[in-house]
Design a protein around this ligand. Sequence first.
Ligand code: GDP
Length: 195
Amino acid sequence: YYSQVKFSISAPDISHLGPDEGIEIAFAGRSNAGKSSALNKLTRQKGLARTSKTPGRTQLINVFTLDETRRLVDLPGYGFAQVPLEVKKKWQKSLGEYLQKRESIKGLVVLMDIRHPFKDLDQELIHWAVAADLPVLALLTKADKLKSGKRKEQLLMTREAAMAFCGDVTVEVFSSLNGIGLDQLQGKLDEWFGL
Ligand code: GDP
């Protein structure tokens, strides 16, 4: 199903996203967290989301269509140090607005490097999502970088930390290199899309 995805539009901000109808699931994460790789893995399309050679370069929201009513939304990566404060502020404002005002958004996937979960901006984003009553899937990316014992330990620790958000926050490990966690990601998306 997810391989039938098609690029729809790039939008500079949420006012250019198109009609607020159907079901939308958003992907967010720090630059370099592995968001593009995860989207490409999910959709089995190597070049769908550009993996970032220059982190923080793209500040556009990219929308991908799955069928008439379902969309994946690739939000701009955040947390790149060299981005000017003004740009960061603008980004934060538009992201907050998107999570709070967009009716069609039904879930947020937050991608975080398994070795550095819940950095400040990740936490802020998840807080906004919880405040907007939006379920969150926190994906611990690059799980192949850890041995299975360490990976499990990190997963349990992160799950415990996720309880502090007091919301619907699920944590799973993921690797776009070897496909760990792909079933769990698809399962969650299926649930949110009502498939
Ligand atoms: P984005 O900025 O969040 O879109 O991150 P990218 O998908 O461009 O990935 C950033 C870097 O991490 C690239 O060099 C990828 O090759 C690498 N990467 C992404 N996912 C994985 C993964 O699952 N395992 C490993 N080992 N490297 C990954």
